[in-house]
Write a protein that binds this ligand. Structure first.
Ligand SMILES: C[S@@+](CC[C@H](N)C(=O)[O-])C[C@H]1O[C@@H](n2cnc3c(N)ncnc32)[C@H](O)[C@@H]1O
Length: 263
């Protein structure tokens, strides 16, 4: 039964139509986005959500869009008393704190695809690695040298906790991706870049760090009509596009895309 159906005797028609059809669950936390007209009904909607989803113990109301370098938003706790949880994905466990570090489970299928593509013996760099959702499945499945880089100190703390939780020896550097050419003196077979919104310029920083024949997995946010221009641009910059796809929408008409690029 949908949330709307569950609430049909409790809300007037005009409010019922505003009840969201989708919400994200991270660990045992559900993240609700409501239009301001429904704020007075947040407890009713949250109760309905919990009664339909037995694994959900906490409901957070997302008050604004992701912003700032940490890519976090403001949340109001509607049910429960925390913003942290443990999320399971790709056979790994992740400590996350939704209010203090970026996390979304929506890319689990991409993270699994990349982990399958990595070959034993590779040198791998994960930029913008957050609490480790791209890195940990690779380190768990493959015999690789792998390192992450992340600017949010609290995400680095959770990353180290997650490495312990998953029995993984991988390391993370607390640093700024703007300085990667100074930070790393070796070259990598593969660089994974879950790049923050609107930060496409970071792609050019990857090239000097990539071995000949190496691969970059570059994530970017685009409207569908922008894709042909973006493809032309990366090809003019000398990249070969091995594969690309739409990984799902993030806003009306805006999707996250992945481009697998070779130099
Ligand atoms: C889109 S999130 C991706 C996080 C993680 N890889 C994931 O998929 O959940 C971007 C991450 O980049 C980090 N970040 C933003 N600007 C950065 C920079 N200049 N250098 C390093 N990390 C940065 C943010 O703190 C955030 O954790």
């Amino acid at each position: 039964m949908s949330l709307q159906e569950h609430l049909k005797d409790k809300l007037r028609e005009e409010k019922l139509l505003l009840v969201p059809k989708r919400f994200e669950v991270i660990g045992d936390i559900a993240v609700l986005s409501l239009p301001p007209l429904l704020y007075d009904e947040k407890h009713l909607v949250a109760q309905a959500l919990v009664s339909q989803n037995k694994n959900v113990k906490v409901v957070l109301l997302k008050k604004n869009k992701l912003s700032g370098e940490n890519r976090t938003a403001e949340f109001e706790i509607v049910i429960g008393d925390r913003t942290s949880t443990i999320h399971k994905e790709n056979d790994c466990l992740f400590n996350v704190d939704i209010a203090r570090t970026y996390f979304s489970g929506k890319l689990y299928f991409e993270r699994s695809r990349i982990a399958d593509e990595v070959k034993d013996g590779e040198n791998v760099l994960v930029l913008f690695c957050g609490v480790g959702p791209f890195l940990m499945p690779i380190a768990k499945k493959k015999n690789v040298n792998i390192i992450g880089l992340e600017k949010n100190p609290f995400a680095c703390t959770l990353f180290r906790k997650n490495a312990g939780l998953n029995h993984i020896g991988a390391d993370i550097i607390l640093g700024d991706a703007n300085s990667i050419c100074n930070i790393f003196k070796t070259r990598f077979d593969r660089i994974i870049m879950p790049t923050p919104y609107g930060q496409d310029h970071f792609l050019s920083f990857a090239r000097p760090l990539l071995k000949p024949g190496g691969t970059v997995h570059f994530y970017t946010f685009k409207k569908d009509f922008e894709i042909s221009h973006f493809k032309r641009m990366v090809e003019e910059l000398g990249w070969h596009i091995d594969f690309y796809r739409d990984c799902g929408d993030v806003a009306p008409r805006v999707s996250r895309y992945v481009f697998d690029l070779k130099n």
